[in-house]
Design a protein around this ligand. Structure first.
Ligand SMILES: Nc1ncnc2c1ncn2[C@@H]1O[C@H](COP(=O)(O)OP(=O)(O)OP(=O)(O)O)[C@@H](O)[C@H]1O
Ligand SMILES: [Mg+2]
Length: 311
C-alpha cells in the first residue's frame, strides 16, 4: 500500500472565463471543485492507475467535509485527522482568451500541537504497514518547519520507504533525514542545492550529488523535457513525446505517483521512471486541476524515451 500524507490539503475551486477583465464583473462558463493538495493528488493518480493507496492528512470544517465527500465519490480511500480549523480553499482562474491560468493560494489553517500528535500517531500505526509513504506539499501554520525530517526519520525506522516532494524550507529540512526518494522540479532542486541548474549536465551533476548525500533515488523533473533520475548505480534521462498541453497542474504529483507505484510493484528504476514521465505528461492533457487518465498513460508509455547515461 502507498500511504500519502498531505499536511495542507485544499478544496480547489476552478473557474473558466472567456476573457478575464480586471476591475469588471466577469462570468464563469465552467466551475469545478476538486480535492487539492499534493499527497491527495498522488493518491488519486495511484488509484486511477489501479494501485492500492490511502490518503492521510489534516481536514477540518465545511471545506474539509466537502473534500472527504468528493474523494469518496471518486473512490479514493482516505483516513484524515480532524482539526478545529477550516481546510483552505485555493482558487484557479483559467482565461481562455489569454490562455493564462491564475492561482490564488491560501496559507491554510493553524494546526494545534495535539492535532499534529494525533496525525503522527495515526500514520505511525497504519496496519498493515504501507510499503511507501509519500509526504508532499507545503506545511500549514503552527507546524514546525522540520516536521518532515522528524516524521521521515520515524517512517524509515519502521521500515517504510519515505518519499518527499516538497519545496523551500520544508524540502531543505526534510532531506536531512535522507528520505528514500525525492522529486524536486528544477527550481526546487536549485533552491535545495543553492546552485543554478542551467544545462542538462548541471542537472545530471545535481542528481548525482543528491544520491551521494545518502538519498537512494533522486529525480529532478523538468517539465516538457521529462526528468533526470539517478540511484547509486545509474543515471537515466527520461523524455516524453511532444503533446498538446492543456494544463500542467498536478503533473509533478502524477509523476511521483507513477514512480512510486511502479517501484512498489517491484519494477526497475527504468520502468518506474517511464511510468512517472508518462503519468506526468498524461496529466498535461487534461484541463484545469484534472489529473491524468489511465488510457492516456497507456498510449504514452511506449513513446517515452529512456536513455541510460554514463555514471
Ligand atoms: N509541457 C509539458 N509537456 C510534456 N510533459 C510535461 C510538460 N510539463 C510537465 N510534463 C510532465 O510532467 C512531469 C512533471 O512536470 P514538472 O517538472 O512540471 O513537475 P512539477 O513542477 O513538480 O509540477 P507540480 O506543479 O505538479 O508540482 C514531467 O516530468 C513531464 O513528464
Ligand atoms: Mg512538484
Amino acid at each position: 500500500m502507498i500511504a500519502t500524507v498531505t499536511m495542507n490539503p485544499s478544496l480547489d475551486q476552478h473557474v473558466v472565463v472567456v476573457n478575464l477583465v480586471l476591475d469588471e464583473s466577469n462570468r464563469w462558463i465552467s466551475y469545478r471543485r476538486e480535492p487539492g493538495g499534493k499527497g491527495i493528488n498522488v493518491s488519486r493518480v495511484v488509484c486511477e492507475l489501479g494501485g492500492d493507496t490511502t490518503a492521510y492528512g489534516f481536514v477540518g470544517g465545511f471545506h474539509g467535509d466537502l473534500l472527504k465527500t468528493i474523494l469518496k465519490q471518486k473512490n479514493v480511500p482516505c483516513d484524515f485527522t480532524s482539526i478545529k480549523g477550516e481546510t483552505r480553499s485555493n482558487f484557479i482562474i483559467t482565461d481562455l482568451k489569454s490562455h493564462r491560468q491564475t492561482r490564488i493560494s491560501a496559507p491554510g489553517p493553524e494546526i494545534a500541537d495535539g492535532e499534529l500528535k494525533k496525525l503522527t500517531v495515526k500514520i505511525n500505526s497504519i496496519k498493515p504497514k504501507p510499503k511507501y509513504m509519500v509526504f508532499a506539499g507545503s506545511v500549514p501554520p503552527g507546524v514546525p518547519v522540520d516536521i518532515y525530517k522528524k516524521i521521515i526519520e520515524k517512517t524509515k525506522s519502521l521500515g517504510i520507504m519515505a518519499v518527499l516532494d516538497s519545496a523551500d524550507q520544508w524540502l531543505k529540512e526534510g532531506v536531512a533525514a535522507n528520505p528514500d526518494i525525492i522529486k524536486p522540479n528544477v527550481r526546487e532542486a536549485q533552491a535545495l542545492l543553492g546552485v543554478e541548474l542551467k544545462t542538462e549536465e548541471d542537472i545530471i551533476y545535481a542528481v548525482k550529488t543528491i544520491v551521494s548525500s545518502g538519498i537512494k533515488v533522486a529525480a529532478i523533473s523538468r517539465g516538457r523535457d521529462g526528468m533526470i533520475i539517478a540511484d547509486k548505480t545509474m543515471v537515466l534521462k527520461v523524455v516524453p513525446p511532444d503533446v498538446q498541453v492543456m494544463s500542467t497542474v498536478g503533473a509533478g504529483d502524477s509523476s511521483v505517483a507513477g514512480l512510486v507505484l511502479k517501484l512498489s510493484q517491484g519494477g526497475s528504476l527504468e520502468e518506474a521512471s517511464r511510468l512517472a514521465v508518462a503519468a506526468g505528461t498524461a496529466a498535461t492533457l487534461t484541463s484545469g486541476t484534472e489529473l491524468c487518465h489511465k488510457a492516456d498513460v497507456e498510449w504514452l508509455l511506449p513513446q517515452v524515451m529512456v536513455e541510460k547515461l554514463l555514471f
